[in-house]
Design a protein around this ligand. Structure first.
Ligand SMILES: Nc1ncnc2c1ncn2[C@@H]1O[C@H](COP(=O)(O)OP(=O)(O)OP(=O)(O)O)[C@@H](O)[C@H]1O
Length: 301
């Protein structure tokens, strides 16, 4: 559906290499998170796909069409929700969406526009002017705008930045529905939890380079061998008593609690070692890694 091959971008005046030999192949219907720190290159990549920034090198193919040679076709296939909120403030929401439909030669799509506004909880703002919308409403409005032509691929650049929790959940529901209906979705976000909840595949970009690209479940599984455990005893613990576990970095967490960092395959062995020392424990808590922990490990490598 989307093929990015050896893509590079250098902002000449700033002498900044924002993307370095990026290769990404996205299949139809995938829901992918594109993660990276501020300045990693996410928006540059999205702006290239949107045709707003010219690539320095490489090829981009969208739905089988070359991005530069078949600009019109590629624009029909993708819908982009930009990070920056700027659009016509002197038009109503309905007018903005009709105008956008017009760019694609679409007429008489009132019903679809209503459906979009309904799903995005914007129905009562249909007649409101752009300037009258709150930040969160503007973001949802931009999502509706990106979708009026029913694109096969939806790319969202931090759509939930500054959006309150309740609305974020409305958006999650909406994106899930869209994904189920077969739309290919690429989401950039700084809320890693959001990516963990919604996406099937995770791509991490760091200083313009792709440093991870894997199914989310595989990433979580590969990184989940190392776990942190907390063990509660019925006596006040002294760290010296745990010298026999020193390779697992024992730490006293509370009067009666210690924590260890272990490979999950060693769990039984460690519990046996503790039991053999006649150290009675009363509770055990296992903490698995979240996508956020894995992400931080990846970008710190
Ligand atoms: N128009 C431009 N001219 C010069 N340098 C730019 C331009 N746009 C972006 N850059 C630089 O390119 C790098 C990548 O920026 P980009 O906006 O793509 O990052 P990002 O991953 O989207 O960051 P954020 O999460 O903050 O939105 C940064 O170092 C940035 O300063």
């Amino acid at each position: 559906m989307l093929k990015i091959n050896n893509l590079s971008k250098t902002y000449i005046k700033a002498n900044k290499e924002a993307l370095k030999d990026v290769n990404i192949h996205i299949n139809k219907g995938e829901f992918t998170a594109l993660l990276g720190q501020n300045g990693a290159g996410k928006t540059t990549l999205i702006n290239i796909l949107a045709g707003n920034v010219k690539k320095t090198q490489g090829e981009v193919e969208i739905g089988g069409y070359d991005l530069e040679r078949n600009e019109l076709e590629t624009k029909k296939i993708i819908g982009i929700v930009p990070q920056e909120i700027s659009y016509e403030t002197a038009f109503t929401v309905e007018e903005i969406l009709k105008k956008q439909s017009g760019y694609f030669g679409i007429k008489n799509n009132k019903e679809y526009i209503d459906e979009l506004l309904e799903s995005l909880a914007l129905q009562d703002k249909k007649k409101a002017y752009g300037r009258e919308l709150s930040g969160g409403m503007k973001r949802r409005m931009l999502i509706a705008k990106a979708l009026v032509h029913k694109p096969q691929i939806l790319i969202l650049d931090e759509p939930t930045a500054g959006v309150d929790i309740e609305l974020r959940h409305t958006l999650y529901q909406f994106l899930r529905k869209l994904h189920k209906s077969g739309t290919t979705i690429i989401l950039t976000t700084h809320y890693i939890e959001e990516a963990e909840k919604l996406c099937e595949r995770v791509i991490v970009i760091n200083h313009g380079e792709i440093i991870a690209d894997q199914p989310k479940d595989k990433l979580l599984k590969d990184f989940s061998r190392e776990i942190r455990i907390e063990i509660d005893f019925d006596w006040e613990v002294n760290i010296d008593a745990f010298d026999f576990l020193k390779e697992y970095h024992p730490k006293v967490e509370d009067k009666k609690r210690i924590s260890l960092k272990i490979d999950k395959n060693d769990l039984t062995k460690i519990l046996d070692m503790i039991t053999q020392k006649n150290m009675k424990f009363v509770d055990l808590n296992i903490e698995r890694q979240k996508l956020e922990d894995i992400y931080l490990q990846l970008i710190r490598r």
